[in-house]
Ligand binder design. Structure first.
Ligand code: HEC
Length: 150
């Protein structure tokens, strides 16, 4: 049994290590992957939005849990904008591949703001949380305006 365990652990570590640099057999797989990641990102952002707008009472613990998911998911979609995945069942605009520096910059802004959002949620300060949520949501809109088709 012990002999089996080590290779399995090593394999597990390899899978975890490569998960962020997603690789895809077909462009459709990349499109599915990024849309799934963005859907989860969107769901947890909405929950935070409800708190930021006072539709749901602010609660530091719940806000932190959701913000941590947002910060994690904010890392995932971008590696799936692979060459050849600009057509098909996607709203990604061709500009993503023409101006990939700007696209990456926007993705980086979301990541930076979502890290601040986690800190603000943890602080339990509702005003700080609202401000940080506004900044995070602003990065979604900026990128969608430029790079997502209506
Ligand atoms: C760097 C650019 C960028 C940022 C930042 C960004 N998005 Fe998007 N988003 C896109 C693009 C491009 C698409 C279209 C993807 C596709 O159809 O292949 C998209 C699609 C989506 C979708 C639809 C997914 C589907 O199933 O079709 C949701 C939901 C979404 N984004 C939520 C968010 C939220 C919430 C944020 C901020 C917390 C955010 N996005 C930040 C570029 C971005």
């Amino acid at each position: 049994m012990k002999k089996l365990l080590l290779p399995l652990l090593v394999m597990g570590a390899t899978f975890i290590g490569s998960s962020a640099q997603a690789q895809f057999a077909k462009p459709e797989d990349a499109i599915k992957y990024r849309k799934a990641a963005l859907t989860v990102l969107g769901a947890h952002t909405s929950r935070l939005g409800a708190m930021a707008q006072g539709r749901v009472p602010f609660d530091a613990k719940t806000a932190t849990e959701n913000a941590e998911i947002v910060a994690e998911m904010a890392k995932l979609p971008w590696a799936a904008f692979v060459d050849g995945s600009d057509s098909g069942d996607t709203k990604a605009k061709a500009e993503i591949w023409k101006d990939s520096a700007k696209f990456k910059d926007y993705a980086g802004k979301l990541q930076a703001e979502s890290v601040k959002l986690v800190a603000a949620a943890k602080s339990g300060n509702q005003d700080a949380f609202k401000t940080a949520f506004g900044a995070t949501a602003g990065t979604c809109k900026t990128c969608h305006d430029d790079f997502r088709a209506k």
